[in-house]
Design a protein around this ligand. Structure first.
Ligand code: NAP
Ligand code: F7E
Length: 350
């Protein structure tokens, strides 16, 4: 095969941007699906943008949406991918309680639409296509830790339920039609590119702004929840490795360690020598109707079969995010002094 082609949904998201960098570094031609929006949503991949007039470009973006099967089929026909990475999702757990139907449409039905489009394309073209489906530790929900490939699913949110449906649609396509499909069951992974309403980034963004005198309080929800937090840049390597194996399979991707939200807060404020208790307040508005209390992944299979393990540990992840957000807040301070304002995103209660 001379030119490997990949199609990535969710390419403008945190993982999509790291995956795009990885695939380009390995010589792929990468097609991405982006959604039309009234503001630009390509910040995370702007550094990789290629002018559409450029001959032989390696990054090709198509408008589309996981709720629109006709477009998915058209984009697959145009991209002729060897590998499809389905990362697109309404990925916020708390939002999924507020928009359960939409979440199901994108996360569960979206995955099914993509699978149907891939199967039809495979039949029509005779070309083999390998599919990565972005699964989540949220599927384990209340199953006790450590959670591994054999742990039963017990999701605790509309998002988790929708990811379970997507997981089984994938397994069924593998069993029924012999599709090379891998479910990556990824535990929380973060980075300076993490959306600002997820707890880690909300914390490190606040730390930066507090240091720069732009914010005085940080309101959080449940400080006792425990998560297995890794670095997104590490995790996309596992996704790509899954599709290079001889056989398809499902893998848990995690660090194997876990920390509470309180630990994250302590570590992040500690990076800038601040006492977090002076700034953090609990606002029950951020509690979820049903919480996932402890997630800690069992990564045995990932190590044995893929030779993959997380490289960035918890203190280094927190440090990386705090350093980035202190710099960002400094820039925000400079802009403010000059009379411009940077947006701090996020609606109440999210
Ligand atoms: P993210 O930053 O929220 O990115 C989500 C991506 O999906 C964005 O590109 C978004 O586009 C796109 N998207 C949303 N709705 C869509 C729709 N209707 N049609 C097409 N695209 C749509 O998420 P992430 O952290 O990169 O996560 C990537 C995937 O892994 C998601 O499926 C997520 O559920 C899953 N996951 C994430 C984690 C984690 O800890 N990060 C863990 C396990 C699983 P816009 O930019 O236009 O909004
Ligand atoms: O919450 C608690 C909250 O929103 C983590 C998504 O990428 O990972 C992510 O889902 C914990 C929860 O991530 C606030 O209650 C406290 O226990 O950062 P989060 P998540 O819900 O774990 C999984 C694996 C995915 O698949 C998802 O796509 O932190 N928490 N206070 C808070 N959470 C938020 N967002 N905001 C707070 O103020």
């Amino acid at each position: 095969m001379d030119q490997k082609r990949a199609l990535v949904t969710g390419i403008t998201g945190q993982d999509g941007s790291y995956l795009l960098e990885l695939l380009l570094s390995q010589g792929y031609e990468v097609h991405g699906i982006i959604r039309r929006s009234s503001v630009f949503t390509t910040d995370r991949i702007d550094h990789l943008y290629e002018d559409p007039h450029e001959v032989g470009r390696k990054v090709i973006l198509h408008y589309g949406d996981l709720t629109d099967s006709a477009v998915l089929r058209r984009v697959i026909d145009r991209a002729q991918p060897h590998e499809v990475y389905n990362l697109g999702a309404q990925s916020h757990v708390k939002v999924s309680f507020e928009e359960p139907e939409y979440t199901a449409d994108v996360v569960a039905m979206g995955a099914l639409r993509m699978l149907q489009a891939v199967l039809d394309y495979r039949e029509k073209s005779g070309q083999d296509v390998r599919v990565y489906q972005a699964g989540s530790s949220e599927m384990f929900g209340s199953s006790p830790p450590p959670q591994g490939a054999d742990t039963p699913f017990h999701p605790r949110s509309p998002y988790g339920v929708s990811k379970v449906a997507a997981h089984w649609y994938g397994v069924n396509a593998r069993e029924a039609y012999g599709l090379f499909l891998c479910n990556g069951i990824l535990f929380n992974h973060e980075s300076p590119r993490r959306g600002e309403t997820f707890v880690t980034r909300k914390i490190t963004r606040a730390v930066g702004r507090i240091v720069e005198g732009l914010q005085t309080k940080l309101f959080l929800g449940n400080l006792e929840a425990k998560r297995d937090w890794g670095f997104a840049g590490d995790y996309v390597k596992a996704m790509q490795l899954m599709l290079q194996q001889d056989e398809p399979g499902d893998y848990v991707v995690a660090t194997g360690t876990c920390h509470s939200v309180r630990d994250f807060v302590e570590e992040a404020f500690g990076c800038v020598d601040l006492e977090w208790e002076k700034y953090v307040e609990v606002d029950p508005g951020y509690f979820r109707p049903s919480e996932v209390h402890v997630l800690q992944g069992d990564t045995t299979l990932c190590w044995e079969r893929l030779g993959w393990k997380a490289e960035v540990d918890f203190p280094n992840l927190v440090r990386m995010m705090v350093d980035y957000d202190v710099t960002l807040a400094r820039q925000e301070g400079i802009m403010r002094t000059a009379g411009h304002h940077m947006a701090v995103r996020g609606a109440a209660s999210i």
